[in-house]
Design a protein around this ligand. Structure first.
Ligand code: FE2
Ligand code: FE2
Length: 396
């Protein structure tokens, strides 16, 4: 019963399907009802508790991958050593946040900060809401490293394991760590945002964790990360474009540089899934369809600032309106992955595999049709205050 309720996730005009957290994290009465079914205490679930962060309440599935698949997965460890680790950049060749920020040890520090703040003054509030949301998403990195370490055959068994998967995960995390760091420092210096509210949101978000429904299964896990790296590439690319339009070339450079890291990570993750398609086409197409049916939940869908119960929906609505990340992007990403893995051309599939193939190949136009219908029903946009910008109001 709870499963059935949790499966409901239609696009709405304000919250495109990509933006909707899995139904479980919505705080509508229906979803409280879903969790109530398990807890058996209607009172406890429907009374709004102050300062209670959202949490996953869907049924959480673990270890869905059968042992023979684990063996298949383990067989590509040598391949990963030679083909995946090459997508990491040596630390000495990596950019660091400090390359893009005023140097606190230099005489010109105060002038550089002043210039940064002058440029930031020209940027509208709605842009800052989206940039803050993106930064908070990056800052919940402990959750994503944890997620990778839930995957069977992938997890870092000791914290310093020398398997290629563990080496990749640690180095990927270390690269990603620069993203939140850079955006956080930039936003702090800009003087445009309420840092304490932002810091609270990060603390709540890391505390909430997330279950992307990858079930400890590396097939599902790497399909999820392929999608996510592409999504962050698109969204940081768009914040770069907007910053340039607002005349802030340096901020455009910051966002563009982060986007290019995401692209490199996308290349690595999609290559892993490409390999899985090569050695196990049936299992991989089934996993792809399964992940798409469950919908890709956004990494920060449980975000909360201690005030707004629907903060992620509101942030997503602004991102959608500005064109930083939209339902159309979600459909484009699915289409891109279908083409990247040449799903249409796979032959020799089982009956279930063929069904899964038809499903994923037909998905992008279906998402677009749903989105167009939702747009047609869209009501007049509302304005809402965001605590991240001192409760100034922004159009959703
Ligand atoms: Fe990132
Ligand atoms: Fe990334």
């Amino acid at each position: 019963m709870a499963m059935k309720l949790n499966a409901i996730n239609f696009p709405s005009p304000k919250c495109p399907s990509f933006a909707l957290p899995p139904a479980a994290s919505c705080r509508s009465p229906r979803f409280f009802m879903a969790s109530t079914l398990r807890s058996g205490s209607l009172e406890a679930e429907t009374v709004k508790k102050p300062f209670s962060p959202p949490r996953e309440v869907h049924v959480q599935v673990t270890h869905s991958m059968p042992p023979q698949k684990l063996e298949i997965f383990k067989s590509i460890e040598g391949w990963a050593e030679d083909n995946i680790l090459v997508h990491l950049k040596p630390v000495e060749k990596c950019w660091q946040p400090q390359d893009f920020l005023p140097d606190p040890a230099s005489d010109g520090f105060h002038d550089q900060v002043k210039e940064l703040r002058e440029r930031a003054k020209e940027i509208p509030d709605d842009y800052f809401v989206v940039l803050v949301g993106d930064m908070i998403t990056e800052e919940a990195l402990p959750t994503y490293q944890t997620m990778l370490n839930t995957l069977d055959g992938v997890r870092d068994e000791t914290g310093a394991s020398s398997t290629p998967w563990a080496v990749w995960t640690r180095a990927w995390t270390a690269e990603e760590n620069r993203h939140g760091d850079l955006l956080n420092k930039y936003l702090y210096l800009s003087g445009r945002v309420d840092m304490k509210q932002i810091e609270k949101t990060i603390q709540y978000l890391i505390g909430s964790g997330m279950d992307p429904r990858t079930e400890n299964n590396p097939y599902l896990g790497f399909i999820y990360t392929s999608f996510q790296e592409r999504a962050t590439f698109v969204s940081h690319g768009n914040t770069a474009r907007h910053a340039r339009d607002h005349g802030d070339i340096k901020l455009a450079q910051i966002c563009g540089t982060i986007a290019s890291d995401e692209k490199r990570h996308e290349t690595a993750y999609t290559k892993i899934v490409e390999k899985l398609f090569e050695i196990d086409p049936d299992g991989t197409v089934l996993a792809f369809a399964d992940m798409m049916k469950k919908k890709i939940s956004m990494p920060a869908h449980l975000m909360y600032d201690g005030r707004d119960d629907n903060l992620f929906d509101h942030f997503s609505a602004v991102a959608q309106r500005l064109g930083v990340y939209t339902a159309r992007d979600y459909a484009d990403i699915v289409e891109h992955l279908v083409a990247r893995w040449k799903v249409e051309n796979i032959t020799g599939l089982s009956a279930d595999g063929q069904k899964a193939q038809d499903y994923v190949c037909g998905l992008p136009p279906r998402i677009r049709r749903l989105e167009e219908r939702a747009q047609g029903r869209a009501k007049q946009a509302a304005k809402l205050p965001f605590s991240w910008i001192y409760n100034r109001e922004v159009l959703l």
